[in-house]
Design a protein around this ligand. Structure first.
Ligand code: ADE
Length: 253
């Protein structure tokens, strides 16, 4: 049976997913807890990736090698970079770049040495499925979050976007820094700390990968505001609803 891996960087998000996943058991490898079980008729392994590219790459490698995961999905939060990408929106990645990769002048800026590329693609079919699930969840945002939460966080008609997500080992919390990223990678819709690393690992193993990120901040001077609360009350609920909807509509393989 196909095995689907689900990763999140933050404990709060994982808790909501795990609570929805019955009959799971825990296997600890490399200090990480892998929760093995079934959800919506699929075999799944759920794990906290930890934060940053190396931690996420290690977690992804264990998922693929030890747990024979053949489809991998990341769900979490990101800072919005693209014009019109607002807090409370959802970005489904169609590709990933490490914004802090720079082996110039030996290799072009952002290119991952020995790969001949800067960009790693998301699996198109998987990204499409997640985009559909995300759009449907956002259309019913009040149902998933409650009208009070929407008002508290001033979320109005949240939207789903598809495009480039960039990753680096830095929480971007200064407008000057996000401006530099926008200039270097103008297509980027969102910035986070894991996706491009996991995409590279999945590329190496030939395993389809996609990621869905709720925008928690605009990667600017206000980026730390209410971060934990936003994850708990908004992002974790979106993650749960999106992944659950996606799995329920996916044909078991
Ligand atoms: N994840 C959520 N917000 C982020 C930001 N501003 N920078 C990096 N990763 C993030």
């Amino acid at each position: 049976m196909a095995v689907i891996g689900i990763m999140s960087a933050m404990q709060e998000e994982l808790a909501a997913v795990l609570a929805a996943m019955p009959h799971e058991h825990r296997i600890t490898v490399a200090g990480r807890d892998f929760w093995v079980g079934h959800w919506q008729g699929h075999s799944v392994v759920v794990v906290l990736s930890r934060i940053g590219k190396v931690a996420a790459a290690t977690t992804a490698t264990v998922l693929l090698e030890r747990f024979a995961v053949d489809t991998l999905v990341f769900t979490g939060v990101a800072g919005g970079l693209g014009a019109g990408v607002r807090v409370g929106d959802v970005v489904v990645a169609n590709g990933f770049v490490q914004h802090d990769m720079d082996a110039s002048p030996l290799f072009p800026r952002h290119e991952v040495p020995m790969y001949g590329r800067a960009r790693f693609e998301a699996d198109a079919e998987l990204a499409l499925q997640l985009a559909k699930a995300s759009a449907q969840v956002l259309a019913d945002a009040a149902l998933h979050l409650g009208a009070g939460t929407l008002a508290d966080f001033q979320l109005h008609a949240p939207r789903m976007h598809q495009g480039l997500v960039i990753s680096g080992d830095r929480f971007v919390s200064a407008s000057a820094e996000s401006q530099v990223l926008r200039q270097a990678l103008p297509e980027a819709l969102a910035v986070e700390m894991e996706g491009a690393a996991v995409a590279q690992v999945c590329h190496d193993f030939g395993v389809p990968f996609a990621a869905v990120r709720t925008i928690s901040d605009r990667a600017d001077d206000t980026a730390h505001t209410d971060f934990q609360r936003f994850i708990r009350e908004v992002a974790s609920r979106y993650s749960l609803a999106i992944v659950s909807r996606w799995l329920s509509r996916r044909q078991p393989a």
